[in-house]
Write a protein that binds this ligand. Sequence first.
Ligand code: AMP
Ligand code: MG
Length: 391
Amino acid sequence: MISVAQAKKLIKSNLPPRQTRVLEIGSCTGVVLATDVKSGVDVPNFDNSAMDGYAFRYKAGCEKLNVVGELKAGAFPTEELKAGQAFRIFTGAPMPKGADTVIPQELVKKEDDAVVFEKNAVKRGANVRKQGTQTRKGEVILKRGRVLDPGALSLAASVGVDKLKVFRRPYVGIIVTGDELVTPGKKLKPGQIYDSNTVLLTSALNTLNVVPRFVFRVADSRKELDKHIDTCLEHCDVVLLTGGISVGDYDFVYELLNSRGVKKLFYKLKQRPGKPLFAGVRDETMVFALPGNPVSVASCFVQYVKPVIRHLRGFDHTFEPDLKLPLSSDFQKQPGLTYFLKVRTTPNAAVVPKGQQSFNLMPFTNADAFAELDAESEVVRTGTMVNVYKW
Ligand code: AMP
Ligand code: MG
């Protein structure tokens, strides 16, 4: 059995390679940019008016102008404006040649075909957005590694970019095993239990902006398992199995993975919950066989699977804890095992609810994270700073 730290090290040095894709900007929300993006144009691409008003050529003392034309957004002015003249102009319309200033309509009075305003009502150059003030042609607008949120995507659109090279979201296959499992919503027969792991893994992946490519639920049968393992190994970057990895007579997962050429990175860890966790690789696919108890699945997902998924999505330092918090109460543990406790985080503590067994999901009534208790300790005291990992 190896330690949590050794397990993470083995995973880190066997990570599947990241893949890239070119996607339409409309499909890029939440994905990570794989290259720097440069602007091919100046933005704005022409001097334009920042206000609804009148464009004119600034001259100290000018206070009455003849209105000789009109320009709205989308127009293209051809006539040149002369001193003493003005163009009615609307926000976003290009400045006519010869004009350098816009006076807002609120500051003028109309007199027939002319407008009058007070001396020095505006300064030279006022209310004009100059070409290239947002972005210069050739300027880097977004850097590799940027998570594409609405702000970043609208910036890309403003320079005319319609597609971006991003890290492809990983293809993930889920295989949930167990003869006893029933889909929630159906009636339980004696001896059966509801399957919590399918939704647990699917939802945990959704939280990471990943939709699983395959979700299979299979009985404890070698034949069925074989078929689905083959499909997932063929088409996925990460394969997640739950159940069937312990030492029971119906736990075939380890043996089947082995027969499929999955090379073991580790099997069994000094941790609770989740001792029988298996991790392996075949070609460019990483396989995790998670023990069946839902809390083990949750805890192992957050510790080992989530960092791999986030790495593939283009993030760095993905094995780091999300935060550190003082533990809210003493916790007695078995020395030699790292513990992961379901905890509720508050701004100043990791609160430990009752029911820390690996089958017990009730703490998730309000627990929102896992706290890591170091392997050596026999008692972790109130106030001890612990690593906290969130979904
Ligand atoms: P196993 O690892 O297959 O021996 O399963 C360990 C425990 O977890 C057993 O009590 C199973 O019934 C339970 N279990 C396995 N899979 C699930 C699941 N998908 N949902 C809820 N409990 C499960
Ligand atoms: Mg089982």
